[in-house]
Write a protein that binds this ligand. Structure first.
Ligand code: SF4
Length: 91
C-alpha cells in the first residue's frame, strides 16, 4: 500500500514530467528494447530499429524513470520542452 508521502511524490513527479519532453538520442540507441519492454505505451521502435517516444502522456501509467535508468547506453532523457530538439519520431 502506498503512503501519502509516496502518492504526493508521484504527483510531483508527474507534474514535473509534464514540463519536460521525453527524448531518445537515436544516434546512440542500440535497439536493445529494454525501454519498450518496461514502458510499451511510451516507447516503440521506428523503422530503423531505434527507440522513439510514441506517447509521452502514457508515462503517467508506468514508471518511465525505470526505462531511463535501465537504458544500457543512457540515451533516454527528460529535456526542457522549450528546447528545439528532435524527438526521434518516424519520418
Ligand atoms: S533502452 Fe536505450 S538502447 Fe535500448 S532501445 Fe531503449 S533507448 Fe535504445
Amino acid at each position: 500500500m502506498r503512503s501519502k508521502e509516496d502518492s504526493n511524490r508521484k504527483k510531483e513527479q508527474n507534474m514535473d514530467q509534464k514540463q519536460k519532453k521525453l527524448t531518445v538520442d537515436q544516434e546512440n540507441c542500440i535497439g536493445c528494447g529494454t525501454c519498450i519492454a518496461l514502458c510499451p505505451d511510451v516507447f516503440a521502435f521506428n523503422k530503423d530499429g531505434k527507440s522513439y517516444v510514441k506517447d509521452q502522456e502514457a508515462c503517467e501509467n508506468c514508471d518511465c524513470q525505470s526505462a531511463i535508468d535501465s537504458c544500457p547506453v543512457g540515451v533516454i532523457h527528460w529535456d526542457d520542452k522549450t528546447k528545439k530538439e528532435q524527438n526521434g519520431q518516424p519520418q
